[in-house]
Structure formats: structure tokens, C-alpha cells
Design a protein around this ligand. Structure first.
Ligand code: NAD
Length: 315
């Protein structure tokens, strides 16, 4: 049995990771300040090996326990959240990551940083391999998130090279599943919320921009395979099956058997035109690839979350 810290453990991905690690027999210490997460995401966990610590990671975290793994996920993650919390996003990416790397060093724990393909910005290379250095606007509205993650990656590699921290970095491409918030602004929860109420689905631009969507169980399996490997360089984890936002809207309408129509709205600033992972490294080093197809993943999301949670408070 290992002891794992999951920062951001009351969020969407963090809560699924807590479930997965507990099911594997590990002890889990979930650390979260509930900025964008919720106790509702972990209220089903009644497990003697589970501890919740309410803590803001921009402050140091002192722990007596031995720790084997630090999964560092805490950060606002959706454009709506980091637009609302710009300084906090920069602080949790910088101070928060410093504090958790310091803790991993002190405890001699394996450290996993949850990073993002936003480090590639609006990519000039397609699909994006880990060797691509990116094309990022540091002063645009998304800069607070993109640069916080780029800084966190640089910090992680510095702690690894100079301080000997056993670290790894996962670049998480768009992931979906139960416990996403209906109003967090990301495409799948927005479309599901609209479709389940037979309201128009709002597609940005002409809907030709592409994304690749990975089901949450596949993503969590990738996290754990990476954390349990001896890989130190960044690894893309995501579903390489690319689709336009318009096709996604149609798939959601089909999965929900909705009567909604599709309408078009202005594109947000610096919204990337394409997004598709090159997962060669994940396949070669971890033997990982996604297994859940979108229609199946959408149905599982609806079953697990339930219509009421996907719709949330009315618009
Ligand atoms: P989320 O908002 O659901 O979870 C983030 C969690 O971090 C929340 O529970 C929040 O309360 C917590 N948190 C934020 N600031 C904190 C602080 N200072 N101290 C303690 N806790 C804090 O988002 P998510 O989608 O689960 O994302 C988790 C991680 O994965 C993030 O680092 C995000 O950047 C990364 N990521 C997610 C996706 C995706 O598709 N979901 C894609 C790329 C990267």
C-alpha cells in the first residue's frame, strides 16, 4: 500500500483519481481549497484510507505522514475559472507547485504534475508531439493559465535535475466525464446541459475548430501508469481522435436524443483552431492508449452523473 497525496482531489479529475487509487488499495490524502472543486465530488467516499484536508496550496503544506506519490492537480482549469481567478491561477501554478515539489523532495515521493496542451498555445504543428515548444501569447486572457503551466513544467524539471526529485509531467488533452460542472464553460458539459433541456447548443465560430476528447477513466489510467513508471519527460495523454466542435455538438444531440438545434456564437480570444495529441510517447513508454469511444463515454457520463447534475441550476 502506498500513500498518495492528490491535490485538487475535490475537483473533476482529482475526485476520479481518488476513487481509482482507493480501489487499488492505496491510502489517499486529498488536499483542496474548494475554489473550483466541491465536497459533492467526494461525498460518496466513505473509506478508512481516505483523508480530506482543506488547504490553499499557495501556502506551504506541513504533513507528518510518509508519502510515496504526490499527484499535483490543483489549479483552476477552465477558461471561465482562470478568467475569474487570474492571479490565483498564476500563484497556484508557481507557489503551489513549489510547495508540492518541496514536499515531494522532503518525503522522497514520486511527483506528477498535471499539465496541459495549452503549453503548446495555438499550435503551428499538428498533431502536437511533446517535442513541440509551442506558440503562446503570454499577455492574452489565457496567458495566466498557459504561462502558469509552462512555469510549473520548468520548475518540475529544475527540481528533478538540480534537486533529484523523481518527477513526471502529464499533458492532459480535453477530458470529459461525470462531475464536470455544467457551467464551467467547457464544450462537453455545456452541450450536455443544453441538449438535456432541449435548448440550442451554442457552438463558437463556425464550429470547424477541432478538439480531441478523452473519457475520464482512460485519462486516470494514464496518470497512474505514468506515475508508476520511471519516465521524467512530459507525456501527452489524450484521445487522438480529432473532431470539429460542430460534429461534437451533433454527437451530444444524438447521445441525449435531444430536440435541440445548433446556433453559432463569436469565437473567444486566442481559442486554438486545432488540438490533437500525438500519443506515440505514451504508447511506447507506458503502453497506454484510450479505449472508450465518444458515444459510449457520453452515455456513461449521463448514467453516472444523472440528468439533474448535468443540468445544474437553471440558466
Ligand atoms: P477542477 O477545477 O475540477 O479541479 C481543480 C481542483 O483544484 C479544484 O478542486 C480546486 O478547488 C482545486 N484548487 C484550485 N486552486 C487550489 C489551491 N490554491 N489550493 C488547493 N486546491 C486548489 O479541474 P480539473 O478539470 O479536474 O483539472 C485538474 C487538473 O488537470 C488541473 O491542473 C488542470 O489544469 C489539468 N487539466 C485538466 C484538463 C481537463 O480536460 N479536465 C485538461 C488539461 C489540464
Amino acid at each position: 500500500m502506498s500513500t498518495c497525496i492528490v491535490t485538487g482531489g475535490a475537483g473533476f479529475l482529482g475526485s476520479h483519481l481518488c476513487d481509482h487509487l482507493l480501489a487499488k488499495g492505496h491510502r489517499v490524502i486529498c488536499v483542496d481549497n474548494l475554489d473550483t472543486g466541491s465536497l459533492q465530488n467526494i461525498e460518496h467516499i466513505r473509506h478508512p484510507k481516505f483523508t480530506f484536508l482543506s488547504h490553499d496550496l499557495t501556502e506551504p503544506l506541513l504533513l507528518d505522514d510518509a508519502v510515496d506519490f504526490v499527484y499535483h492537480l490543483a489549479s483552476p482549469a477552465s477558461p471561465i475559472d482562470y478568467a475569474r481567478l487570474p492571479l490565483h491561477t498564476l500563484k497556484v501554478g508557481s507557489y503551489g507547485t513549489h510547495h508540492m515539489l518541496g514536499l515531494a523532495k522532503f518525503k522522497r515521493a514520486r511527483f506528477l504534475l498535471a499539465s496541459t496542451p495549452e503549453v503548446y498555445g495555438d499550435p503551428q504543428v499538428h498533431p502536437q508531439p511533446e517535442s513541440y515548444w509551442g506558440h503562446v501569447n503570454p499577455i492574452g486572457p489565457r496567458g495566466v493559465y498557459d504561462e502558469a503551466k509552462r512555469y510549473a513544467e520548468a520548475l518540475t524539471m529544475a527540481y528533478h535535475r538540480q534537486q533529484g526529485v523523481n518527477s513526471c509531467i502529464v499533458r492532459i488533452f480535453n477530458t470529459y466525464g461525470a462531475r464536470m460542472r455544467p457551467h464551467d464553460g467547457r464544450a462537453i458539459p455545456t452541450f450536455l446541459r443544453q441538449a438535456l433541456q432541449d435548448k440550442p447548443l451554442t457552438v463558437f465560430g463556425d464550429g470547424s475548430q477541432t478538439r480531441s476528447f478523452c473519457y475520464v477513466d482512460d485519462m486516470i489510467r494514464g496518470f497512474v501508469l505514468l506515475a508508476e513508471s520511471d519516465v521524467h519527460l512530459p507525456v501527452n495523454v489524450g484521445n487522438p481522435k480529432e473532431m470539429s466542435l460542430l460534429k461534437l455538438a451533433e454527437a451530444v444531440i444524438e447521445a441525449t436524443e435531444s430536440r435541440s438545434e445548433i446556433i453559432f456564437e463569436a469565437l473567444p480570444v486566442d481559442d486554438p483552431q486545432v488540438r490533437q495529441p500525438d500519443i506515440t510517447r505514451a504508447k511506447q513508454l507506458l503502453g497506454w492508449e484510450p479505449s472508450v469511444e465518444l458515444p459510449h463515454g457520453l452515455r456513461r457520463t449521463i448514467e453516472q452523473a444523472g440528468v439533474e447534475r448535468l443540468v445544474g441550476a437553471s440558466d
